[in-house]
Design a protein around this ligand. Structure first.
Ligand code: MG
Ligand code: ZN
Length: 217
């Protein structure tokens, strides 16, 4: 067995342990927390903006943004009404539980109802690293193409919720819904799915209703 495999397993299990501690803090504060993952440009930040604008009159929302550089996305979430914390990973391609822990330290958790984590735009590895959130949300989008579940199985397998964004572009982009859905069904049958457009607002109410129901639990 190659030597590096036990090392990787050790790193992952240390990460999982810390993720459990993060989750315990989040639960103790009575917060519902989601981890949003997608490729760059799928619409994570637009979805977060829409969600914060719709729910911030009712709930207090924290947003943790992971990006390799800049705080552009955290600024957008803050402008929409969230308390936003920026994590610049300096080149790292995913968030991990250590980074979430230090972001949690910067938030007054007792003042929040909902915590949204925007992971790094990447379909390869973010799902391998637990953070300590309740639900993993993957955002796919019409212009990315219908083959993504087939090409990036680990991301789709681990998701609790799948959002298919930019459905307003369906008339203009070749996208075989059936081929996409076959890929999803093979990896994650019965996953909760919302088809929507953050541009037109179509389909957003079902997603917002789902989050609302989760916060109330
Ligand atoms: Mg973004
Ligand atoms: Zn990575």
């Amino acid at each position: 067995m190659p030597q590096n495999i036990p090392v990787v397993e050790k790193i992952l299990s240390a990460n999982d342990k810390l993720a459990q501690e993060n989750l315990a803090r989040i639960d103790a504060a009575g917060i519902f927390a989601i981890n949003i993952m997608a490729s760059p440009g799928a619409g994570k930040t637009s979805l977060i903006e829409r969600t914060v604008r719709a729910l911030s009159p009712k709930y207090r929302i924290g947003m943790i943004n992971g990006d390799i550089a800049t705080s552009l996305d955290a600024d957008r979430a803050a402008a929409a009404g969230a308390v936003a914390v920026q994590i610049n990973t300096g080149g790292n391609c995913h968030l991990d539980a250590v980074q979430l822990q230090s972001a949690l330290d910067q938030l007054d958790l007792s003042s929040l109802d909902l915590l949204i984590v925007e992971n790094i735009g990447n379909l390869i590895c973010p799902a391998e690293f637990k953070l300590g959130t309740h639900k993993n949300v993957i955002v796919a989008s019409i212009p990315e193409g219908d083959d993504k579940p087939h090409k990036y199985p680990s991301m789709y397998r681990g998701a609790d919720v799948l959002i298919l964004n930019k459905i307003d572009l369906l008339p203009y982009v070749p996208f075989r819904m059936e081929f996409f859905s076959q890929g999803v069904a093979a990896l994650n049958p019965g996953v909760t799915q919302f088809n929507l457009s953050c541009t037109t607002g179509e389909g957003l109410d079902a997603w917002l209703g789902w989050i609302d129901g989760q916060i109330k639990k």
